[in-house]
Design a protein around this ligand. Sequence first.
Ligand code: OAD
Length: 229
Amino acid sequence: MKKIVVLTGAGISAESGLKTFRDSNGLWRNYRFEEVASPVAWAQNPELVLEFYNIRRKQLLEVEPNAAHYALVDLEAKYDVRIVTQNIDDLHERAGSNNVLHIHGELRKARSTADPSLIYDIEGWELKWGDQCEKGSQLRPHVVWFGEPVELMPRAEALMRQADILMVIGTSLVVYPAAGLIYDVDAAVPKYYVDPNAKNIGGMRNLTPIAGKAAEVLPGLVERLLKEE
Ligand code: OAD
């Protein structure tokens, strides 16, 4: 079975109703990420940080996967599909994808501030100041903040190196180290970049940019790939 590695970003969830970060009206146009998504913010105003993610989590519970998420599930009929997502939403899993690596963490999980191996599912939408792990330490969102290491990078890089086909969907490719993952893929591997702003990436061979919305482009692209194999 050929392996398709898929790198997704906020754009794949846009048509489900979740905001991206950098588009006009994106999250980082309305919030300063230093104030809600950084270790300094957590130290200075943890309640604001919790509130920011509580709002995100509440919205997530109100939306559904879209045609792009479902198309990637269909792809599993003939390919070994590995999704590497920058998204903290769980829409890939709710659509039915079986292999999803969340390199920036997971919105519906909380982590102990004393022992990072203690990770819990959050019931409902609210994580509160005072919510504790079993060792009595405050719980924080299980997400990667600006300035924190991306612990899952080695696993993501290994997947990129195994790709027979690469799909990059709905990401501005500006946030590193995630954006650098595409350079771990062999030059000879066919690559598709689906995004309304998709364009050629300097020096990248065998890349097909497809300018369009993920939910509109993906079903057709997946159908083609299923016929090819
Ligand atoms: P961005 O907001 O930077 O980029 C979103 C991308 O989605 C843009 O390239 C848009 O053109 C595209 N887009 C918008 N609507 C779309 C649609 N309907 N279909 C397909 N694409 C669409 O989001 P990311 O690239 O995901 O990290 O951002 C990367 C990281 O920056 C995030 O994981 C987050 C953020 O800060 C952390 O919080 C650690």
